[in-house]
Design a protein. Structure first.
Length: 154
């Protein structure tokens, strides 16, 4: 049990200091911006500095997933986080204190792409816009159904 705790602490330390030792990204949740095999460089971050659209790594049990922040709920002290390519756009609620680091850049095929680059920022804006439309659709959809039902009775 103690060795598991040491292993998790070592992994967390690596993620928060990945400028020296880039972390290996696993999975397909962040396609196309991050894909399996990318080297990801992160920086330690406090919850006050995390903004909507940032890609963060957080602690979830014994795993350290990396996903995008789509909303910040300051009252409940948690982030709403989603993967860019998750079917059905599943949201995860992550407490502020579980966020370890923010992605600064990634390397794929020996080419670095920073979060300040046009490509990364365009992808971020596209994902945030899609999320905003998805949320607006869910708010407007019940009203549209109510109008149809009401018209059918008249």
């Amino acid at each position: 049990m103690a060795s598991d705790a040491r292993r998790l602490a070592a992994r967390e330390a690596q993620l928060s200091h990945s400028q020296r030792y880039p972390a290996y990204f696993h999975g397909r949740t962040m396609l196309p911006i991050l894909q399996e095999g990318d080297n990801v460089e992160t920086e330690p971050v406090t919850w006050q500095k995390v903004r909507r659209g940032d890609v963060v790594t957080y602690r979830a049990g014994d795993k350290f997933p990396t996903r995008r922040v789509v909303a910040i709920d300051r009252g409940a002290r948690q982030f709403v986080i989603m993967g860019d390519s998750i079917p059905g756009r599943r949201e995860y609620l992550v407490p502020f204190d579980q966020v370890i680091a923010r992605v600064v850049r990634r390397r794929r095929h020996d080419v670095w792409l920073a979060t300040t680059s046009f490509t990364w920022r365009r992808r971020t804006m596209r994902m945030l816009w899609a999320d905003t439309l998805r949320r607006a659709t869910w708010l407007a959809f019940p009203r549209a159904i109510w109008r149809v039902v009401r018209q059918g009775r008249a």
